[in-house]
Design a protein around this ligand. Sequence first.
Ligand code: XIL
Length: 367
Amino acid sequence: MTDMKPAQGHGKYFSRILLIGSLLLAISSGALAEGLPPPSPPPLRDAAKSKGIRIGATVDDWILKRPELADLLIRQFDTAAIENSLKFLQISTGRGTYDFTRADQLVDFLNARGLAVQGHVLVWHVDNPKWLDEGKFTKDEAESILKEHIFAVAGHFRGRVAAWDVVNEAFEENGTLRDTVWLRTIGPEYIEKAFRWTREADPDAVLFYNDFRIEWGNPKSDAVLNLLKDLRAKGVQVDAVGFQSHLDMQKPFDLASVRKNIGRFSRAGFPVMITELDIQVPKLGDVRQRKQEAEVAADFLQAVLAGGKVKSVTFWGLTDESSWIPSWFPNALPGLLFTADLKPKPIFDAVLKTIEKSAPAAGQPVK
Ligand code: XIL
C-alpha cells in the first residue's frame, strides 16, 4: 500500500536524493528532454483479465463530451456500467413509448471502444415513470406493462448490452420481498417472469439479480440465494448474483462472512458480480482518508476474490468527481480510484495489487 505520510527527518533527506537520482535518470534516458508524459499506471484491465475477471466503472453521457475521461476509462477498464440513462424513468416517454436517443449514443460509444456494457436496470421500484408509479393497474395490465418494457428495452439493446441487471433490490433487510409496484400488482412471481422474458428478449446476455447489503451472510443474502435456487428449480437459470457493494467505512462488516457468502453463492452455481463498488469515507483529512479507503478496498476485494467465482468488479463512478456519494451522503467523501484530475489514488494501487495477488482461479471466463 502506498504510504502517504510526508517524509520526515532522514526519510526526507533520502527521498530528496532519490528524487534527484530519478530526475537524472529521466533526463539521461531522454524522457524529460522529449517532453514525454510520466508513465501511466499499469492498466487494471490486464491484471483483471489475467484472473478471468472483468473490471468496470459506471459512466453516463458526460463521457461523450469528456475525451480525457473516455481515455482513462478505455485504458483501465473493459466494462462500463450505465449509471442512469437506461433507467425506466429516463427512457420512457409514456406507456409503451421510449426515447432511446441518449442511451443509444452512450451504448454505441462504449461498444465502439471495445467496452462491454453492464445494463442497469430493467425491474426496480425506484426511478419509474410517473404514469407507472401513480397508475392503478390490474394484475394482467401490470404483467403486460412489465413484459412490454423488458422486450422493448432488452430487445432494443440485444447484442449491445453484455449483461443485464434484470431485477434490482427486491428484498428488505429481513429477507421478505419489498413492497413494490411489481409485488403489489403481479405478486412474487414477477421476478421469475422478468428473468424468463429477458432471456427470451436477449438470449445471449448475462442475466443477474442485483442487491445491496447482501455482500455478507444475513437474512437478505439468505433470501437471495434461496430465490436463485428456487428459480433454477423452476427452469429459470440466473447467470450471476450482483453484490452492489456500496461500502461505508462507518459501518464495518465481517470480512470472513463476506468470504463465506461469496463461497456459498458460487458453490451453488451462482458466480458473483461486484456491480456498484464504492466507499463512503468519513472526512478525516486527505492523507488518512486515502490510506483508509485503500485499506478497506483491499480487504474487501481480498475477501471477495478468495471467496469463490467472481465474474466482474465494477466501480460506481470513474473519478471522485463523477461519484453519487457527495450529493447523496453529504457527510462522506467518495472512495473511488481516481481524483477529479484523473490521478490514481492509493486505492488504485491497493486494488491493482490485490487483484494481481489473487489466485488465478478467482474469476472465470465471461460469457
Ligand atoms: C444512483 C445514481 O448513482 C445517482 O446518480 C442517481 O441520482 C440515483 O441512483 N443503487 C443502484 C443505483 O442500483 O441505481 C443507484 O444509482 C445507487 C444505488
